[in-house]
Design a protein around this ligand. Structure first.
Ligand SMILES: NC(=O)c1ccc[n+]([C@@H]2O[C@H](COP(=O)([O-])OP(=O)(O)OC[C@H]3O[C@@H](n4cnc5c(N)ncnc54)[C@H](OP(=O)(O)O)[C@@H]3O)[C@@H](O)[C@H]2O)c1
Length: 218
């Protein structure tokens, strides 16, 4: 799994008002090439509700991969671009066992494939990834946001992190950072990564890291 994000120098992926247009044009082209090269793009429901992304490949030529929304309570808007901008495959909405049945049916009627994962509360990421793997969906890219990034990292499900670092600082204690969630207590408990590449796209610097650590326990 590749975690992909665009971040300001102060570690934010969106401002306090949730504006998240951070990448420069050259970097957006790189992201669209990466999208065309994976089997699926995954995002959290808050990203869908905030940005209304289509998550298709449209800046370069290439096949749009499957789109996956992590949406425990089936809140994905039926009018959202992730559903209305049709791709080659239906959008998959992963919900938790307790998601309202009528919402699940409405999503199915709107053309989505709905996967009910085992857990109550939040989508069970491990079982979701296992079932995707069994269907041949092996190269997955996650495009945030910060809470989903944390969940995937903490369960040791991310192999690679690719972050575009934009030369800007936006501040704000309520701005979303690259990784949100609970966090670890001590620096020594932090996930370890190894720098693989430094590239320049326009004014952005793209850092690619291999993730070493397994599940975070502390
Ligand atoms: N700059 C960038 O590269 C970039 C990329 C993406 C997003 N963003 C920005 O990030 C912000 C959204 O980030 P966010 O952290 O608030 O939300 P998020 O990570 O997009 O979505 C979090 C939500 O996903 C759902 N979810 C389902 N299963 C989950 C699981 N196992 N673990 C964690 N979450 C799970 C939860 O809602 P339920 O309980 O309802 O399921 C959770 O609240 C937006 O402002 C967006 O613009 C920036």
């Amino acid at each position: 799994m590749i975690l992909s994000a665009a971040m300001t120098l102060d570690g934010k992926i969106a401002t306090k008002t949730r504006d998240s247009r951070i990448s420069c044009e050259e970097d957006l082209l790189r992201v669209h090439k990466l999208r065309a090269d994976v089997d699926a793009i995954m995002v959290g429901i808050e990203t869908v509700l905030t940005d209304d992304p289509s998550l298709t490949v449209n800046r370069v030529k290439g096949k749009s991969p499957m789109r996956i929304v992590l949406d425990s309570n089936a809140r994905t808007p039926l009018t959202g671009r992730v559903l209305t901008r049709r791709g080659e495959e239906p959008t998959l909405v992963a919900v938790a066992r307790n998601a309202p049945k009528e919402r699940v049916e409405a999503l199915r009627s709107a053309g989505a494939e709905v996967i009910v994962t085992g857990s109550i509360g939040k989508v069970d990421l491990q079982s979701l990834l296992l079932s995707l793997h069994q269907r041949g969906i092996k190269r997955v890219m996650v495009e945030g946001g910060g809470n989903v990034n944390w969940s995937l990292l903490r369960y040791g499900l991310v192999d690679e992190v690719r972050v575009a670092l934009a030369p800007m600082i936006v501040g704000g204690r309520d701005a979303t950072t690259l990784v949100e969630g609970e966090g670890v207590t001590k620096i020594a408990d932090g996930m370890r990564l190894a720098l693989q590449r430094i590239e320049r796209y326009g004014e952005d610097i793209v850092l690619t890291y291999r993730v070493f650590s397994q599940e975070v326990t502390g």
